[in-house]
Design a protein around this ligand. Structure first.
Ligand SMILES: Nc1ncnc2c1ncn2[C@@H]1O[C@H](COP(=O)(O)OP(=O)(O)OP(=O)(O)O)[C@@H](O)[C@H]1O
Length: 247
């Protein structure tokens, strides 16, 4: 098989007595759509935080595209092609939708300066394209605080897409969004990922969403990967049904 896009080797981390990464050995390949499932507190976000450089593991290694990134800063990791969105969208609320994407783009190319208008600092075609991809172009001039939660999630994702990632990690993209809106939101996200050929990991609690959009599922229990494989196999594993899905 080809080289893994993301790989962790013997990843360990504890917060006091709580083991949040229990020797995690993991590989993700280009083109996969991996759903990460697990009960609250299982260590899903911590794993993402370690991979994206927000938290350092006590031991072990993270590699991206064959390079060791374990001790790199989050912005350096983002520039290398691993972007993320957050459970609570990290937006510049007082700015317009379009300016949020521009600020994200300017951050990537290191052209955020007070002396220069934002619009002239970033590739505008790129900004418009990602707004189009997530369906927010029409609302580009509105203040982002006026957006409903589902569109805030999409804006957060647009701010990641403008970085041209190879891998996008989405932390609970459908949380806080009504059941009716979840599938539309995921369909928009997946179409954007397909167009850009971006590999993705998404943390998700909704089994319907996992079944519909994941090509692979990894189930976390107490800081370890308890099952990893095709959705049908993992979601029907008796241990996962009992301890993760609560059946
Ligand atoms: N900075 C921290 N300091 C101490 N404990 C922490 C810290 N961050 C997370 N934890 C604890 O580590 C455990 C794993 O948290 P994490 O957020 O990774 O879980 P999760 O699987 O993402 O849960 P959820 O589905 O609720 O988001 C939890 O018990 C949490 O309280």
């Amino acid at each position: 098989m080809s080289q893994a896009l993301l790989q962790t080797v013997d990843l360990k981390l504890s917060f006091g007595a709580i083991v949040v990464a229990d020797n995690i050995n993991f590989q993700l390949h280009e083109g996969e759509r991996l759903a990460v499932i697990g009960q609250n507190g299982a260590g899903k976000t911590t794993f993402i935080n370690i991979c994206t450089g927000l938290i350092r593991p006590h031991s072990g290694k993270v590699s991206f595209a064959g390079q060791d990134i374990t001790r790199l800063e989050p912005r350096v990791i983002a520039r290398r092609g691993m972007a993320r969105s957050f459970q609570l969208p990290q937006l510049f609320l007082e700015h317009s939708v379009r300016d949020c994407v521009r600020i994200a783009a300017a951050g990537k190319i290191g052209r955020l300066g007070l002396w220069k208008p934002l619009a002239s600092s970033v590739p505008e075609k790129d900004v418009e394209h990602v707004l189009e991809l997530v369906g927010l172009r029409e609302r580009g001039n509105e203040a982002c605080e006026s957006l409903p939660e589902g569109q805030r999630k999409l804006l957060d994702i647009a701010m990641a897409l403008v970085l041209h990632p190879r891998l996008l990690i989405l932390d609970e993209p459908t949380s806080g969004v009504s059941t009716d809106e979840k599938h539309g939101l995921m369909a928009t996200i997946m179409a954007a990922l397909d167009e850009r050929r971006i590999t993705a990991i998404f943390v998700e609690h909704d089994v319907d969403i996992v079944t519909r959009y994941a090509t692979r599922v990894a189930a976390w229990i107490s800081g370890r990967i308890a099952a990893d494989g095709v959705p049908d196999k993992v979601l029907n594993d008796p241990e996962i049904r009992k301890n993760v899905l609560g059946e």
